[in-house]
Design a protein around this ligand. Sequence first.
Ligand SMILES: Nc1ncnc2c1ncn2[C@@H]1O[C@H](COP(=O)(O)OP(=O)(O)O)[C@@H](O)[C@H]1O
Ligand SMILES: Nc1ccn([C@@H]2O[C@H](COP(=O)(O)O)[C@@H](O)[C@H]2O)c(=O)n1
Length: 632
Amino acid sequence: MEFNLQVSLHAPVAILVTLVNKLIDFLNLATKSANQVSMPRRRCPSVADVVRPQNFRSSSSIPNELEHLNLSSIFPALRTTEGMAANLQTTFEPPSSASSASSISDSSDLGDVGQNEFFYGCHELPASPPQSPRPQSRTSIKSPRTARKRTTSVNLSHKKTSAESVLRSHKRTIYTAGRPPWYNSDGDYVRPFIIGICGGSASGKTTVATKIIEELDIHWVTLLSMDSFYKVLNEEQHKKSALNEYNFDHPDAFDFDLLLQTLQRLKDGKNVNVPVYNFVTHTRESKTKTMYGANVIIFEGILGFYNKEVLKMLDLKIFVDTDADVRLARRLQRDIVARGRDLDGVLKQYCTMVKPAFTHYIAPAMVHADIIVPRGGENEVAIALIVQHVHTQLQLRGFKVREQLALAYNGQPLPTSLFQLPETPQIKGLHTFIRNKDTPRDEFIFYSKRLIRLVIEYALSLLPFEERTIETPQGQIYEGKRCASDKICGVSILRAGETMEQAVRDVCKDIRIGKILIQTNRESGEPELFYLRLPKDIKDYKVILMDATVATGAAAMMAIRVLLDHDVPEENILVVSLLMAESGVHTIAYAFPQVRIVTSAIDPEINEKFYVLPGIGNFGDRYFGTEPTDSS
Ligand SMILES: Nc1ncnc2c1ncn2[C@@H]1O[C@H](COP(=O)(O)OP(=O)(O)O)[C@@H](O)[C@H]1O
Ligand SMILES: Nc1ccn([C@@H]2O[C@H](COP(=O)(O)O)[C@@H](O)[C@H]2O)c(=O)n1
């Protein structure tokens, strides 16, 4: 063994880490060669070696000689001192626990208009909405890209830590804070598939979860760690924890009520604010992390199978079974490097609490597992099988929404919730301009604006009006009307919906504007929600939801679900659009019969790219001048 014995402030730590690394390598080798010895003739691993169904006995439940290893006696010279621990405290990033970091709630950072702001995948939006050609509005709403810098607090280092919300796999970027909402083609919410991962400390639960997420090849998952639910300690408990005498491995250390509540909300597609745990200070940080449910929720923790109610919620239960000696070695390394602990402390905690808790609570929970994964994250065959199973389950839940929507409801009568502007020569004339492929951009904008204004005015006429008597300058009484709702809010579906914002501002004084960015996934053709910014009290408003065109209705449905999720009553929503395909009208009306649909024209068809036919082209591209050129 060769060691770099340069004298530096961190030398003892570096040596210790090197030694523990060597030990891990040795143990990995020992485990592998043990497997080879037990299966000398196998050319490929057996199913039992790869995935053990729950009736197989775990190797971890068998006493292991190495579990009694006393590392302080092996490395006496490396016993850490308080000074070294203090030094460590200042040199590493304190890890936090909510493994699916998203935008962190921080009220001081909210804009003056939008109060509910959420970024789905804070690091990169698929395409930043270009600035509209009109002058900047007077409101303080920033473009998503600007605001993103202010409100997100994802770890920007390239180190993979549990606090990152974004996982970059070789295939794609994955956002681990979930996304709202999930629904089927009827507009009903589809419950997510919940995977529970249990196993001893440092067995590789997080690693297995990460590998599953990477292999699943989907954009959004919710990754929830049990660490987030450690209880807040009192003063006496803090003192004990500083002496490594507080039992963090006992069920009493966890707030199961909060965990259950959180899981239930995620399962229901609601947003949650998950505590962020700090392993260095043994405290919850003042910030929380906002997460949503997703198609797949992965929940991992040492006592993940302990609570019966939690167990009932899990659709797939995975136990990660890693040898005790490997777990100890990994834990030593991690706790010293990443959690600010010293060697003696880790060993003391391990022997007095971690190991007994494994025997009493964790190992027995293996009986609940559907799948036992020996060796954790390196078991690629097991992970592939799990991923295959999850894919099948997701397919059964129905995930190709847009395709279904495009074909549904053909030939049915138009719904009563539809309000189409009368087809006057004036409206027809405006359509003739904007549908013409040869109309230059400035004219396209001009005539679109005129049409938008008419559609918005028409939508406003559908709001409740009350009697109002006034006196004219001639001293005469006039029996009039005024709009009964003084709380009206415009929400644009970015980016084409943004073109309609100015019109609502022009006709509704001081109107508040929210934004929702939904983009179509180029591979799947499905709409995906990337960003939203809504007034905090949006539930009290009549909402004019704006998108320039509606084809299948998938994006509009997603936006409506977001509004419902923010407690806006269905009957308070008006979807307003210049042009809609008939199938989009049916889709919205069928899923949300109380939502009023306002448009200036309805076209009969949509093509395989989900463009309305005869249509208008890509409204956003034509308006913003971003049409692809022949060379692009
Ligand atoms: N197969 C593996 N080989 C080597 N190191 C691993 C492996 N799996 C996990 N680790 C390391 O062990 C430590 C604990 O792993 P982690 O997945 O966080 O476990 P858990 O979530 O069960 O505590 C981490 O430092 C991780 O990098
Ligand atoms: N303040 C704390 C809280 C927890 N622990 C230990 O963490 C282990 C669970 O986390 P894993 O990532 O290893 O699953 C658990 O065994 C606790 O002992 C701690 O040391 N300090």
